[in-house]
Write a protein that binds this ligand. Sequence first.
Ligand code: NAD
Length: 434
Amino acid sequence: MNITVIGTGYVGLVSGICYAELGHRVVCVDKDLAKVETLQNGGIPIYEPGLQELSVKNMAAGRLSFTGDLRDAVGQSEFVIIAVGTPSLPNGEANLAYIDGAAIEIAEAMNGYKIIAVKSTVPVGTNERVAKLIRSRTPERFDSISLPEFLREGSAVQDTMHPDRIVIGADSDAAAETLKQLHLPLTDNIVVTDIRSAEMLKYASNAFLATKISFINEIANICEKVGADVTRVAEGMGFDKRIGHAFLKAGIGYGGSCFPKDTRALIQIAGNVDYEFKLLRAVVEVNQDQRMSVIRKLESIFDGELQGKTIAIWGVAFKPNTDDVRESPALEIIQYLIRSGAHVKAYDPIAMRNFRTMYGDNGVMWCDEALEAAAGADALCLLTEWEEFVRTDLGQLQTILRKPILIDGRNVFKEADVAETSFIYYSIGRPRLN
Ligand code: NAD
């Protein structure tokens, strides 16, 4: 198939490259010409394991190209995918400006029948809105498809090549069948449904996962007060097949470019039809508060006085294996510390550049190595569970800090390993050690 993917972010780029890997001819379009140039030169503007090798391989095979010329790309394709961003508006609703912009450009480039799919996460009714925008500008025939994306940053290639399911929302049987055939090499779990249900399904999935996280974080907070260990609680719960182990890891809460914005958007989608999604409101509130659990622990250690203390931060990405720092819990924690007069030394193996570009330096001392950030600090807070941190030699680490205080915001260290050190160790929902 000849495919155009509009938007070369985490979703569009990975999808486009993976469709090429399946043997299709793919043109990826972005209006950010610096990104296009990087891609044309064999580079990858995001950090995503395995992506660059696949890109270079498929470009060399003549199946994959990158351009800023949407009209030319769409003109050559029978399948067009919209994968642009849908960030939050100040009221929490999804901002559809990029979707509308792409739809209008597609309309102007139409030169025959095409299937037009929205892969971005969009409120119910958006595919109809896209179809209307196109229909009012061109007499050419097309079918609309909702094709929500479920990949996770950090394992996006693996998730795309081996998805748990593919969801196709369509009102044309023929177009649904074409897309079903396209995706059958990836999985047999293909859910074909109406467009509105497909749009809803994506938000419902993310809201459910966010709910699991906030649920276990509340259990963790209670565990701390009653002297239980949330990791053992979650382990035992997870063996129940109705519950499962996934997303039952207590920590400092979810962040990133999806869960925070999609939970807010679903609350708004419900509100727009006069339904108050009380459960999801609580999920969001719990998540917001959970970030502050690190701060509460620091304040209790230092009797509420963070002024003049040096606090080391390990990890500013919202999760490991990504350079994405959108809505990372680290931002609020760092900002709070700086406002409180603390000196912050921070290190992240991959995401520091993005963090500084997006949020500025914030008065933080950025370090080139993990141990450099920890050196001389009054306490160390681990905020992202990068493998590099998990493998740390705790014995060496404790000699580098001014005070051996470790706040493990992701519960990565084993009690037995910590017990061999003199660390005063706080984690989330587990008993304090030493
Ligand atoms: P992103 O912000 O990383 O990338 C969007 C890209 O689209 C940018 O490069 C931008 O320049 C480009 N763009 C915008 N308008 C354009 C236009 N008219 N023509 C050409 N290019 C245009 O976004 P993302 O993280 O890839 O997310 C895209 C969508 O997928 C969002 O709706 C998101 O909610 C959803 N989603 C994201 C993930 C994820 O893990 N990031 C997972 C599932 C779904």
